[in-house]
Design a protein around this ligand. Structure first.
Ligand code: ADP
Ligand code: MG
Length: 263
């Protein structure tokens, strides 16, 4: 674990262990209601840099619980989670990773309704040591990449579901994460918009070299991933094995390096 900084009240980014998976779950269980509900049971799963992993399972099987734990938004009731080889024992240990090295996309977009598309993306870049003009330029580039150049100044209510999700995807990759988690990102969309959103996620995954974990009900969508994991009643029942496209990924904070920011 990195050093604690009493000024920022934060723990420094954990130092990556060479060759470690991005995230590894070891015998992870998550229960609710004093153990009455078992969302995850004894899950062992590792995600390597650059992998493209589809997670399939019926409603209530634990997919969202898995994403929450892999993204550092929740901690298990039993077992351990490692980020680049470092044991992450509390929510605060994820504070320099979540939203920076890890981007998350949700089924219901979770855009801030009073901010325009570009302002929603810019929010992800606040506090990262970039000037306001650089934040704006990067956000505009991300929205262009998502095909939304004509929609940047619209509020979410004026955007279609597919457009909202593409804004959410642009926001999720603003800090150039090494891991992108998408929890049923096409679940609320018609087939044409679902296709556009999925195409954007796969384009980003291959262009940025980020690992993508894509939770879906849609077998055809999961089949576009190089690795498929099936979950049932909180347990992994099938895993097609590590994506042959997995690749080493050295840098921990790619946006800051790209922007020439000092650590
Ligand atoms: P999925 O995303 O596959 O639909 P979830 O991970 O959301 O599944 O949920 C797995 C199980 O855990 C379900 O039975 C669900 O009702 C339960 N669950 C999830 N979150 C909570 C919570 N905060 N409190 C109580 N039960 C929960
Ligand atoms: Mg879910």
């Amino acid at each position: 674990m990195g050093d604690f900084n009493p000024v920022t009240n934060e723990t420094a980014s954990p130092q990556p262990h060479q060759g470690a998976p991005l995230v590894r779950l070891e015998k992870v269980s998550r229960t609710f209601d004093d153990g009455a509900v078992v969302a995850l049971r004894d899950v062992d799963l590792a995600i390597q840099p650059g992998e493209c992993v589809g997670v399939l399972g019926p409603s209530g099987s634990g997919k969202s619980s898995l994403i929450q734990i892999m993204g550092g938004c929740d901690v298990p009731t039993a077992g351990r989670v490692y980020w680049r080889g470092n044991a992450m024992t509390s929510l605060s240990s994820w504070s320099r990773v979540r939203g920076i090295e890890i981007g998350v996309v949700f089924q219901d977009y979770l855009l801030l309704p009073t901010l325009t598309a570009i302002e929603n993306v810019e929010m992800a870049l606040i506090g990262r040591g970039l000037s306001a003009s650089l934040r704006r330029r990067r956000s505009a580039e991300l929205l262009e990449q998502a095909g939304l150049e004509a929609r940047m100044n619209h509020l979410p209510y004026a955007l279609s579901g597919g457009e909202r999700q593409r804004v959410a995807i642009a926001r999720s990759i603003a800090n150039r994460p090494v891991l992108l988690l998408a929890d049923e990102p096409t679940g609320n969309l018609d087939s044409a918009n679902a296709r556009a959103v999925a195409d954007l996620l796969f384009k980003i995954q291959s262009a940025e070299g980020a690992a993508l974990v894509l939770v879906t009900h849609d077998g055809a969508l999961a089949a576009r991933c190089s690795r498929t994991v099936r979950i049932m009643d909180g347990a992994i029942v099938d895993d097609s094995g590590v994506d042959p496209g997995a690749r080493p990924c050295a840098s921990t904070d790619r946006l800051r390096q790209e922007a020439g920011a000092r650590p």
